[in-house]
Each structure stands twice: as structure tokens, then as C-alpha cells.
Design a protein. Structure first.
Length: 394
């Protein structure tokens, strides 16, 4: 490079022809390796838009980020960054305003600091939504030159990148940055002409679950608790079915309204969807059980005697499990006169005894479902609390 005068305009005029040489590496000898140093600062997570993938067990989400990228090249001039940096997770074109400035030093070092606003694709595992922690991987490498031509190095330690990104983070929304880790792909012992040098960054994000707990889990738990205490209503004098129908209708409307807060799923069903389905299934089961109990209490006089297998299974086995008091047993030995009187009374009150047995069956089933309700709610609450606490401890 020859300058006509020792001034900045003359230097710019002398360098102008070289700026257009973007298709070749900025070296005098093509056998000379170009060293590229990369580090970035994450300034904001603008949003997450999920879309389902049929062939994957995860969710493909577009994550809008604002990144400040700095690259240092040990060379004479800098060429276009599109020739040596690429995100392997389908990063779209930079949407940030262009910054036409770089720093060129006399020792051949070039510093390029530009803001980058990208739309990238990551695989998110949402099984534990909304207490999920995601790992988004970004791989920077040259897709034109092998490792013998371009070497990529980490400019800052991963701990320093994480610390600076957390201190300057301006926009996170529902996501919280946990840490950024860097990994240089190891190709020891391989021929440099057969592989590309790669630098991999892993960004760990944690979802802020407070909004989903308040808007989804707590209302659902309140409604299921109200349905639980409806078992305390006496079925002989209160119409449980109307009360439970109102609860099911309200819960269905609640799920339809809050459906937009749930992630769009592919082949993996989030655990919270299973929880909502089980809640609705228990409400429907309790309504069917109420219909059965009402039918037994109101129409048991017209039923045939309780079958032997049901008497053994329900009255004896399940009755002991739910701690239902047993019906009085018949005396084994009676005198002849007492036996005759007993047979005559049993014959006259046969229908009444059959009705009492059917009512006892209904009460046992009612108490059994009440116990299952308590077990389900207890296990669900404990599981949610454990997952929530573990997500905050990570």
C-alpha cells in the first residue's frame, strides 16, 4: 500500500481497492493461517416464538436476540464477516442497523465490533414447562476455509462473557440468563485440511415461572380443591351433579382462555398438559360417580340383590380400605323358633335389605373416589413444588 500523503484521506484512498476483496483471505501468502478471535456480549432476549416440528422430540423456537460481536484478525485488512462466522442453528440475516466502522492497527490487528439482531432456531425441551431450563447452542466457524487456513480462538473467558452479559442485560422478558459456556471443538491428531475449526457457545436460559403459576396452576388447583370439598355435600339432600357440572363448565372455559399461554407441542407433551387433563378427567369421573350415587340412592329399591362378587369386592374388600363400617352380620346359631321368625322377617324385608346394600356400595365408591382425589392433589402439589424449587436452585 502506498499513500501519496501522510493523511487519513490518503490512507483511505489507498485502502479502498482492498476493501472490495471479500472473496479471498487478507494475507500476502495463501499458505499463511488467519487467526480469528471471537467473543460476544448478550444484550437482550426480545422474545420466543415456538413452532411444532413433526420429526423431532423437541420444540423448534425462534429466539430474537441482540448480540454484540467482536472479532480480531491478525491480518493486514479485514474482509466481510460472512466468510468466517456462521451459526449452525439456522441463524437468519442480521436485522440490526449497519455499523460501517472497524479498527485497523499498524501491527495488522483488526477489531470489528458490530451489533447483531438475529432470529435463530433452537431445540427446546418443554417437558417441565413452565419450570424448564433451556440450552441454546451457537457454533461459529468458517464454511469456506479449512482449519489450515483459519484458526478460531476464544477472545474472553466464558465466565467473563456471562458476567458482562448479565450486567448489561436490558431485555429478558420471561427468560433469565443463567450462564454462557464456550467449547472449542477438539480435533487433535487430525489433518487440518480435513476439518473446519469451530467454536461453540452454549447459552443456558431459565423461564420465569411466576406468571404461569399465578395464571395457570393456582386457578386450576383452586377449582380442583372446590370439586374435592363437594364430596362433603350430602347426596341425599343436595344435588351434587348441578354443582359439578358448573365446575366442569367453568374449568373448560378457563382452559380455553388460557390456551395461548401453553406452548405449541410436537411429539413431547408438557407435564403441565398432563396435569390439566388429569384434573379434567377427575372432575368428569366425580360427576359420573355422583350420577351413579344418585341413581343408587333413588332407585335402589327396584334393583335386584347385589351380586356375590360385588358384595365381596366392594362391601368387604374396598369397604375395609376406605374404613367404611361393616353392616351387621347375621347370627350363626339360632333356635328353631327364632330361625322361623327370622326367615319370615327376611322374606318381608328382602327388598329393603337389597336397597341398603346398594346404598352401601354407593357410599363406598364415593369415599374411594374422595380418597383418590386427595391422593392425586397431594402428589400433584408435591411434584410441582419440587420441580419449582429445583428450577430456582439451578
Amino acid at each position: 500500500i502506498s499513500c501519496s500523503q501522510p493523511t487519513q484521506p490518503a490512507l483511505l484512498e489507498a485502502l479502498s481497492p482492498v476493501f472490495d476483496l471479500n472473496d479471498i483471505r487478507p494475507v500476502r501468502n495463501m499458505s499463511t493461517c488467519t487467526n480469528v478471535t471471537i467473543f460476544f456480549t448478550l444484550y437482550g432476549i426480545l422474545g420466543v416464538v415456538c413452532s411444532p416440528i413433526r420429526t423431532s422430540h423437541h420444540i423448534k423456537c425462534n429466539k430474537y436476540t441482540v448480540i454484540l460481536t467482536k472479532c480480531s484478525n491478525r491480518c493486514h485488512v479485514c474482509y466481510s464477516r460472512h466468510h468466517f462466522s456462521n451459526c449452525s442453528y439456522s441463524m437468519e440475516e442480521n436485522k440490526a442497523p449497519p455499523v460501517p466502522y472497524l479498527y485497523l492497527y499498524s501491527n495488522g490487528q483488526v477489531n470489528l465490533a458490530i451489533p447483531v439482531r438475529v432470529v435463530s432456531s433452537c431445540n427446546l425441551n418443554i417437558y417441565t414447562f413452565p419450570f424448564d431450563i433451556q440450552n441454546c447452542i451457537y457454533t461459529f466457524n468458517s464454511y469456506l476455509h479449512y482449519a489450515s487456513d483459519i484458526k478460531i480462538y476464544l477472545g474472553r473467558s466464558a465466565e467473563l462473557i456471562t458476567q458482562i452479559s448479565q450486567s448489561v442485560m436490558a431485555t429478558m422478558g420471561e427468560w433469565e440468563l443463567l450462564e454462557i459456556t464456550a467449547n472449542k471443538v477438539n480435533h487433535d491428531g487430525e489433518n487440518e485440511n480435513l476439518y473446519y475449526d469451530e467454536l461453540e457457545f452454549q447459552i443456558r436460559l431459565k423461564r420465569r415461572a411466576t406468571m404461569y403459576v399465578v395464571n395457570l396452576l393456582l386457578p386450576s388447583c383452586f377449582l380442583i380443591t372446590v370439586d374435592l370439598f363437594s364430596f362433603l355435600l350430602p347426596p341425599q339432600s343436595v344435588d351434587r351433579s348441578a354443582f359439578k357440572m358448573t365446575l366442569i363448565l367453568g374449568y373448560t372455559v378457563f382452559l380455553l382462555i388460557m390456551n395461548d399461554l401453553l406452548p405449541v407441542t410436537g411429539n413431547t407433551i408438557p407435564l403441565i398438559n398432563v396435569f390439566f387433563s388429569l384434573c379434567l378427567a377427575l372432575m368428569v369421573a366425580s360427576l359420573l360417580e355422583t350420577i351413579l350415587i344418585t341413581n343408587l340412592l333413588c332407585g335402589s329399591a327396584d334393583f335386584s340383590p347385589v351380586p356375590h362378587w360385588m358384595r365381596v369386592l366392594v362391601l368387604q374388600f374396598l369397604g375395609i380400605i376406605v374404613c367404611m363400617p361393616r353392616m351387621n352380620k347375621k347370627p350363626r346359631k339360632l333356635g328353631k323358633d327364632l330361625q322361623a321368625i327370622r326367615l319370615k322377617v327376611d322374606q318381608e324385608l328382602k327388598d329393603s335389605q337389597s336397597s341398603e346394600e346398594w346404598m352401601q356400595v354407593g357410599f363406598i365408591i364415593d369415599r374411594l373416589l374422595f380418597g383418590l382425589y386427595i391422593l392425586f392433589i397431594s402428589v400433584s402439589f408435591i411434584t410441582i413444588i419440587i420441580i419449582w424449587v429445583n428450577s430456582y436452585n439451578k
